[in-house]
Design a protein around this ligand. Structure first.
Ligand code: PHE
Length: 355
């Protein structure tokens, strides 16, 4: 028994999957037309059954196949329709107005990381809320040491059960201690980050950024420190005529200590790094104090090192010619547009680290 044309037309004419399913139920469902025929086989006499049963089974197969074919065709159509309507054009440009920019502090930190990575330094980090041990004591500034008064420290209310107030770190030097505690030498790290001091005028903000450098190894001398700083300053300011001088100074955690100046010249009424018309201080540095090494469990007879610290914001101002530090943290979109950097301009040594 072949399916009649009306049945086949009904299947082929089903316009979507739901309509097709309705046709399927009408033909093959529990009380469907084809199902009824199959059921009738049981009550046929033997001769009729021998003649009719194969035809009825063939009919069921034909109808089942026709439905499957229509279903596949409808699913193909559906996919085609989705592909045509849900297309996304990935080549569409991002609207200009939505472009952000990289803040000069982030830019300079990226430049520093790039320069020091080339010299074999990795980046270390530490918390901004510090214990007095890490911020002062381990750095050879015991309680009542006058040097603690050198920095205008923000102290936190001690928490329940705390015997000593924690502080907002006043410098990145505590990262020296944390690094020496956890990493066996040789050590070569830089540690950029936020620091806090109770101070505010055109060149001071209560929060600013420093970057610390630390090298610990055997037989490290002031010569290594001087070469490293010279190499860094030349790469950073991208001029070969960067002059540098070291002045004896005092930090409790280094001995001897030196402040580092760079030479500047006046170009179009502005201070520009390079030449030697005048000097300005850019860095604190020195050889890590033996007591600091011992505080971190290192034997000062075996290990030596140097450390340096400098203000990231100040470096940014010098390199890119801004004169008010407070503008760095105002979040004024016009300032960011003017002084910001393109997000995709990643500093590389080969391309020149500056933007
Ligand atoms: N921590 C010092 C400061 O904030 C800078 C410094 C770092 C000096 C490392 C010497 C060695 O002024």
């Amino acid at each position: 028994m072949a399916a009649d044309q009306t049945t086949l037309d009904a299947i082929a004419g089903a316009g979507d999957l739901a309509a097709l399913d309705a046709v399927r139920v009408r033909l093959l469902g529990k009380s469907g037309e084809v199902t009824a025929k199959l059921k009738s086989v049981g009550s046929m006499d033997a001769d009729t059954r021998a003649a009719e049963a194969p035809k009825i089974h063939a009919l069921r197969e034909q109808v089942t196949a026709a439905i499957a074919e229509r279903k596949a065709a409808l699913e193909d159509d559906e996919l085609e329709r989705k592909l045509a309507t849900e297309r996304i054009d990935l080549s569409l440009p991002v609207p200009e107005a939505r472009q952000g920019s990289v803040h000069p502090v982030s830019q300079v930190m990226d430049e520093l990381a790039e320069i020091f990575a080339d010299l074999g330094f990795s980046v270390a980090e530490g918390p901004e809320i510090e214990s007095q041990w890490y911020n002062f004591t381990a750095l050879n500034m015991p309680e009542n040491h006058p040097a603690r008064a050198m920095q205008d420290t923000f102290y936190l209310e001690p928490r329940e059960g705390e015997t000593e107030a924690r502080v907002l770190r006043t410098h990145t030097s505590p990262v020296q201690i944390r690094t020496m505690e956890r990493t066996p030498p040789p050590i070569r790290i830089i540690a950029p980050g936020r620091v806090y001091r109770s101070d505010s005028d055109a060149t001071h903000t209560p929060m600013f950024h420093q970057i610390e450098g630390l090298v610990i190894d055997r037989n490290i001398t002031l010569g290594h420190l001087k070469w490293t700083l010279e190499t860094f300053l030349k790469a950073f300011f991208e001029r070969d005529d960067v002059a540098m001088r070291m002045r004896p100074s005092y930090f409790p955690f280094t001995e001897p200590s030196a402040e580092v100046d760079v030479g500047y010249s006046i170009e179009k009424g502005r201070r520009v790094v390079g030449g030697q018309q005048g000097w300005m201080e850019v860095l604190g540095s020195g050889m890590v104090h033996p007591r600091v090494l011992a505080n971190c469990g290192l034997d000062p007879d075996e290990w030596q090192g140097f450390a340096f610290g400098t203000g990231v914001d100040r470096l940014a101002m010098l390199k890119y010619g801004m004169d008010d530090l407070r503008a760095f943290f105002d979040g004024d979109i016009r300032w960011l547009k003017h002084y910001g950097f393109r997000a995709l301009d990643v500093p590389t040594l080969s391309g020149g680290v500056g933007a």
